[in-house]
Design a protein around this ligand. Sequence first.
Ligand SMILES: [Zn+2]
Length: 210
Amino acid sequence: MIGKRLSDLSCDEQEFNKIKQPYEEALARSEHPSILQFQPPSQRNKRIRHRRVTWFCPPYSDNVKTPIGKTFLQLLRKHFPHEHRYARIINKNTVKLSYSCMPNVQNIMKQRNEQLLKEENNTGDVRRCNCDSINNCPLNGECLTPNLVYTSNVSYTEDNVAKLAVYHGSTSSPFKTRWNEHNSSFRLEYKRKNTTLSKLIWNLKERNIP
Ligand SMILES: [Zn+2]
């Protein structure tokens, strides 16, 4: 223990060796003979102490003229004086007051915009296709792209005249979801009226027109 104390007081081992002799002699005289060794300073983690503060946060209003903070602290002093049994827990240092304010509209908008821009920047890492093979993908490996306007062409022959029906659609969900919806609407009769496209397909189907 003496060695540790001396090490802490010395800037390096050399200084330590210079001064240790009288201490060793004193220890020997007290029948605690020991050889003092320099102990390099160890990095100790500082203890972090958290203050126990209780916050009182009344909502702010411009219309209130009462000095709420002042009145509140006065009440604190009145009801928890020094001799009160809870004065150590509840006093001016452990109870703080702050107005709770809502962020203003500009702040709310800024936060929302930042969030949106972040999401947009992240789209680079997102999967673009979840098909087994790119050859089966309806959109050449981009089938999970959302927010698309797409066109589908239906060509058929009616009364020996070649005809072409063009259908325009838009989807906010990934394209593949819409693609599957269309396909099932061509297959399942109860979905035949889902879209103009499915109505046309079912019409052609019933007249055996490929
Ligand atoms: Zn795909």
